[in-house]
Write a protein that binds this ligand. Structure first.
Ligand SMILES: *Cc1c(COP(=O)(O)O)cnc(C)c1O
Length: 500
């Protein structure tokens, strides 16, 4: 008779350190049939690693099962909808992967001579050209490794241009709806930040902007559509206000999923912008892996682009390092090449019309959700939504339920939560971006879950406040986790104790 049913695989997986047992090894080899040598004597003491204290000793299959089990705990875009607003978590077509694994591309080495890297250079040139066309800008660099890195590159270029004109100036203006990386970037480049208050439609207030734009201002960092999912209707006027005062306009292009094939920042007056290839151009992200923050510039800024630049000589590509005004390198080698290949594959598989259709579908999906959820959740701004929509938890807060609680309950329904409490200008924000890749069926399931939760809040708020009910770990202390992270294994605390 079985006395106790062990759930085995779904139980909390112990740390490898806890599974360790002295003497266990990950491999098994026959006895040596030659005399052993002393590694230290042959290689020298400094080349031989000493024992690592408390290093886990486990067998091969324990390692494989450990990580395989942990991998099943992940939520992934291949598993279901990932409605994080501003992150553009779209499904990544497998054809991108197929192309990235082409032998000549996957095994290319950055030290390969130019003559043996012409294909890779052609990929970079083709992607730069496609992105310049999509953004309406003059030139593109693919060096930056992420969006924030692209911002840094862009603002460095603005500073270099203004320095060349004789005065780098002091301030960068940032609307209060901006992503946190924008003010952080301005500070990192040595500027102070001035916040620009949005108006009641969630857009930049032109009068406030005009007053703030003094001779001290180097530029404006604007996101369009902005982080409340609203297109800045006055973007041309905004750019004109900046340009009249000799300041430049940086656009955070993280939300390009709403514009590709429909509207071009270069045409509405932007001087420099980044694209998150790992968002809009469908290369995998979310696990902290490699990204790409391609930066596109208008003509005034091209001399300042990072070195080296591709140059066509005869019928071959070369890297040109002779760029006296360049801000220099911002990254080793030529960018995250594997990501660039995937982005180009995505662009070419879609073609111009396909990219435009993807944008229109993204807008349709977001507005479909907005329409169905509006009776249950308070819409933050009534202006038309682009590729994402932002609600507030105003109605649910009356029952003591906040956006974070609703997000936790959504996990019980099998969905990854939306973006919680961002943008900061919306109290208790629920920021939802479905992307174009989701089917009506998946969107309907999500809407059903959200409506069901709204009803639970009315009838049984405790149920939502105690969610999630279906996960291994219920609620963790997120504040302590962020403020006092334990990044080293401490032998006395076991995983299950830590979870408690
Ligand atoms: C994601 C995002 C960024 C930062 O991009 P990373 O690639 O994460 O560095 C900046 N701004 C906005 C609006 C974003 O959504």
């Amino acid at each position: 008779m079985i006395k106790k049913v062990s759930k085995h695989i779904v139980q909390n997986e112990p740390l490898l350190f806890e599974q360790s047992s002295p003497g266990k090894l990950g491999y098994q080899l026959p006895d040596l049939d030659v005399p052993p040598v002393d590694a230290q004597a042959v290689l020298g003491e400094k080349n031989v690693r000493s024992e690592i204290e408390d290093f886990p000793e486990v067998s091969e299959f324990e390692v494989v099962r450990h990580f395989t089990r942990l991998s099943t705990w992940n939520y992934a875009i291949d598993l279901g909808l990932y409605p994080l607003g501003s992150c553009t978590m779209k499904y990544n077509p497998r054809v991108n992967e197929l192309v990235a694994r082409t032998e000549g591309l996957a095994w290319a080495h950055p030290y390969q001579p130019d003559s043996l890297a012409q294909g890779c250079m052609e990929v970079i040139a083709a992607l730069e050209k496609a992105l310049a066309e999509i953004t309406g800008m003059d030139a593109v660099t693919l060096q930056p490794a992420a969006g924030a890195h692209g911002e840094f590159t862009g603002i460095l270029m603005i500073r270099a241009l203004l320095e060349k004109r004789g005065n780098a100036r002091k301030k960068i203006l940032v609307p209060d709806s901006a992503h946190g990386t924008n003010p952080a970037t301005a500070m990192a480049v040595g500027y102070t930040v001035e916040n620009i208050k949005s108006n009641d439609r969630g857009m930049v207030d032109l009068e406030v902007l005009a007053r703030a734009t003094t001779e001290d201002v180097a530029g404006l960092m604007i996101t369009n559509p902005n982080t409340v999912g609203v297109f800045e209707e006055n973007i041309r006027k905004i750019c004109a206000i900046m340009h009249d005062k000799g300041a430049l306009v940086y656009m955070d292009g993280a939300n390009m999923n709403a514009l590709v094939g429909v509207s071009r920042p270069g045409d509405f007056g932007v001087d420099v912008m980044h694209l998150n290839l790992h968002k809009t151009f469908s290369t995998p992200h979310g696990g902290g892996g490699p990204g790409s923050g391609a930066v596109a510039v208008a003509k005034v800024l091209t001399p300042f682009l990072p070195t080296p630049r591709l140059k066509r000589e005869g019928d071959a590509w070369h890297w040109n390092y002779d760029l006296p005004d360049s801000i220099g390198r911002v990254r080793a080698y030529y960018g995250n090449f594997g990501v660039l290949v995937r982005a180009l594959a995505y662009i070419m598989a879609h073609g111009g019309n396909g990219l435009r259709q993807a944008t229109l579908d993204a807008l349709l999906n977001a507005n479909y959700l907005r329409g169905l959820l509006e009776p249950y959740y308070e819409l933050a701004y009534k202006a038309p939504s682009m590729h994402e929509c932002v609600f507030s938890d105003d109605r649910q807060a009356k029952k003591g339920v906040r956006t974070g609680d609703i997000a936790k309950r959504l996990i019980d329904y099998g969905f990854h939560p939306y973006t919680v409490s961002f943008p900061l200008i919306v109290r208790g924000a629920l920021m939802i971006e479905p992307t174009e890749t989701e089917s009506k069926r998946e969107l309907d399931l999500f809407v059903d879950a959200m409506i069901s939760i709204a009803k639970e809040v009315e009838e049984d708020p405790e149920l939502v406040l105690k969610a999630p009910h279906s996960t291994r770990t219920r609620r963790v202390d997120e504040v302590t986790a962020a403020r006092k992270p334990i990044v080293r294994w401490i032998p006395k605390v076991t995983a299950s104790q830590a979870a408690d």
